[in-house]
Design a protein around this ligand. Structure first.
Ligand code: GDP
Ligand code: MN
Length: 394
């Protein structure tokens, strides 16, 4: 009986601890999303800012040529940009392909070779050291991401506004976890309207060169790290749905899992490092705080809640078999919650797509992967160097 009450209270407490920050975030975002920000003003070619476009690579031999072609195909005056490839000791033919490409393209690509592979964050730090006076915007874009037409121009237009310090794009199209991603995007948009988003999409991201400084190179989430750094300098960091890129989907479940854990670990560390700013100084502090809680603390409560739920259901059922003790109303409610969670997990696994249910499953899974990322770090494994997914680079 007493175990039952303990498990029950843990479960209720954990559920509240998870739902509360999420609810607050949701309610605030509903308000934020209403004050849309005007689109950036149109801009003549000669007024566009100068871009330093950086493509980081580690073993991208399969995609690098297409990426280079795609980059120069973007509508942006060629006198207003330079393109740099920063390679960290690839063991495949990435660099030789890039050199050959350069021979047929007037040497317009600058190739920087790092002597060792230290991860993307270290490569970005290195690339930033190459910035010169005339570079106004530092643009990073992943080797396997294809930019949709107009992406660079839109970045250039945003950067004409001196209050904007960072802009990133979003993945185009639908994927299997579209419901969950729509939620994710909705939050990033609301935060951008309200002030700034602390979660950036590095497949295409741009930063005002004059506001940049070095990031933590032994951790990933380079894109989000830079965005927050720039926002802390007083400039805004926006995620813009009109800047789009496409990527081939990852078709292997293991690759998908590994990437989510890796990215999650990057974000947990990123928010934890910023914890002294959580809930301080107006909206930005609130945005950092609610996201910070959700990426560092809430995932543990999700895990605790699930375990306590299993234990609670177990004890109630066992008691019921032994000597039927009348379950309390709260027992019944939590059993119902357990049943719903289990049912949605089961439905999620069978692949049946019921909108709210799929989002709930994605949310639970995401949180468990965040826990996994944090645990892996506690055991000394930082995931800032990784093998790229292969199924989206064929
Ligand atoms: P994901 O988008 O989070 O799955 O990460 P990716 O595997 O696509 O990597 C993002 C970009 O960083 C790609 O263009 C990679 O080639 C590049 N990258 C990854 N690790 C390194 C590294 O150690 N050094 C450099 N220079 N680039 C890297
Ligand atoms: Mn990528």
């Amino acid at each position: 009986m007493i175990e039952r009450l303990i498990f029950l209270s843990i479960q209720v407490g954990a559920t509240i601890a998870v739902i509360l920050p999420l609810m607050i975030h949701w309610l605030m975002n509903r308000r934020w999303i209403r004050d849309k920000i005007p689109a950036p003003k149109a801009c003549k070619d000669e007024d566009l800012p100068f871009l330093c476009i950086v493509i980081p690579t580690w073993n991208e031999g399969n995609v690098i040529e297409a990426k280079l072609n795609d980059t120069i195909a973007q509508r942006y005056p060629s006198s207003k940009r330079r393109i740099m490839l920063i390679d960290s000791a690839s063991t495949d033919d990435t660099v030789s392909i890039a050199r050959n490409w350069n021979d047929t393209h007037d040497n317009l690509l600058e190739i920087i070779e790092m002597p060792a592979r230290l991860g993307k964050s270290a490569a970005m730090n290195r690339a930033m050291q190459e910035l010169v006076e005339t570079d106004e915007v530092f643009v990073m874009t992943d080797a396997e991401a294809t930019l949709e037409d107009g992406a660079l121009r839109r970045i250039g237009r945003w950067m004409k506004d001196p209050a904007i310090g960072a802009v990133c794009g979003t993945l185009s199209g639908k994927s299997t976890d579209a419901d969950y991603r729509d939620w994710y995007r909705w939050f990033r948009r609301g935060e951008s309207y309200a002030d700034s988003t602390p979660i950036f999409e590095g497949s295409i991201a741009a930063y005002r060169a004059s506001a940049l400084s070095q990031i933590e190179s032994g951790a990933n989430a380079d894109d989000s790290q830079l965005a927050v750094l720039i926002r802390n300098e007083g400039l805004r960091a926006l995620s813009d749905d009109s800047i789009q890129f496409s990527e081939k989907p990852i078709t292997s479940a293991k690759e998908q899992h590994d990437r989510t854990v890796r990215r999650g670990q990057g974000l947990s560390r990123h928010f934890w490092r910023q914890r002294s700013r959580w809930f301080r100084n107006g909206r930005w502090g609130t945005i950092l705080g609610v996201n910070g809680l959700q990426h560092t603390i809430s995932p543990w409560f999700v895990l605790i809640g699930i375990l306590a739920g299993i234990a609670h259901a177990g004890t109630v059922l066992m008691l019921g078999l032994a000597e039927w003790a009348e379950p309390m109303l709260l027992d019944r409610i939590m059993l119902l919650v357990d049943a719903l969670v289990l049912a949605s997990l089961a439905l999620g696994i069978t692949g049946l797509r019921i909108p709210l249910c799929a989002s709930a499953v994605a949310f639970l899974v995401q949180n468990l992967r965040l826990v996994q990322g944090m645990l892996i770090l506690q055991f000394g494994h930082s995931l800032h160097r990784w093998d790229a997914s292969k199924t989206n680079r064929r």
